[in-house]
Design a protein around this ligand. Structure first.
Ligand code: SF4
Length: 279
């Protein structure tokens, strides 16, 4: 849903064109984010007496993803920073307070759509569940980020339906600053998000159908293992292409499919894979 809202062309490249058009190189900031998320998830899977800051550090080091960094020196420096981040964060947690779920997939249906997603952490606080989402980016978060997130609201609705327990609070945990931004939804605000999700999903699904009607749903040729040829976008009729119009803007500098998108290339400068790091 967020990809559809951000840029319909990117949505098409991500979910419809098969084989998928080749992406640009991996981003170092995504490597940091994925390594941190994996370490924090792994930490809760450790037995109680191993849930220490040192264990978080070891998990992070063992699972460190090196893609996208300029060189080994930069990767090593960020490994050190990320180690401090996870060990500092888990030091603020109570290791005996097991979450209800970690990287937990939740799903629910409305009259119109089926929703599913994966929650970083689902806590129980008193009689309610709380959705926790980890953030590792450099941008400080605001309460508006938690309030307006369609994904967090959908997770809350799905978690509540699956566990038959109220879930109205969503939290963003910004690891670089240790800040926690919380929003408590009402029944009405959750319903508003859900109805927005339905609108977005219906719109995307109608475009999917038009695409499949014109291009077919058959999978494209398989790429032989190890072959690194560049795959371009699928050929689509003009009227279908119009349904997936580009939305050029600042996000284009960070778009994996920028190489296939002249409008995106014109919208902003090309970035190096490590440019998203807060150096
Ligand atoms: S480069 Fe920009 S306009 Fe093009 S697909 Fe990516 S996000 Fe959309």
């Amino acid at each position: 849903m967020n990809t559809w809202l951000d840029c319909r062309r990117r949505y098409r490249f991500t979910y419809l064109d098969r084989p998928q058009p080749s992406k640009g190189p991996a981003w170092a900031h995504n490597s940091v984010g994925a390594s941190v998320h994996n370490a924090l998830a792994g930490w809760w899977r450790e037995p109680y007496d191993r849930r220490t800051p040192l264990t978080a550090s070891i998990l992070l080091t063992n699972g460190w993803i090196t893609e996208g960094f300029r060189d080994a020196e930069q990767s090593g420096r960020w490994l050190g920073r990320a180690r401090d981040l996870v060990s500092g964060y888990v030091a603020t947690l109570d290791p005996s307070d097991d979450p209800v779920g970690v990287e937990r997939t939740v799903a629910t249906r409305t009259r119109v759509i089926a929703l599913s997603g994966r929650i970083d952490r689902l806590d129980r606080r008193g009689d309610e569940l709380v959705v926790v989402d980890y953030k590792t980016g450099r941008r400080p978060l605001t309460q508006d980020d938690a309030r307006s997130s369609l994904a967090l609201a959908a997770y809350a609705v799905a978690a509540s339906a699956m566990m038959r327990t109220p879930c109205r609070t969503v939290e963003l945990h910004h690891l670089p600053t240790g800040e926690i931004v919380e929003w408590r939804h009402t029944e009405e605000s959750l319903a508003r998000h859900l109805s927005r999700a339905e609108e977005v999903a219906m719109e995307a699904s109608e475009a999917d159908d038009r695409y499949r009607g014109a291009v077919g749903a058959r999978p494209g040729p398989r790429r032989p293992p190890g072959e690194r040829q560049t795959i371009g976008p699928a050929e689509v009729p003009g009227d279908v292409d119009k349904l997936f119009a580009p939305s050029p803007g600042p996000i284009c500098s960070w778009c994996d499919f920028r190489r296939h998108c002249p409008e995106g290339q014109a919208a902003g400068p090309e970035r190096q894979p490590w440019d998203g790091l807060a150096e």
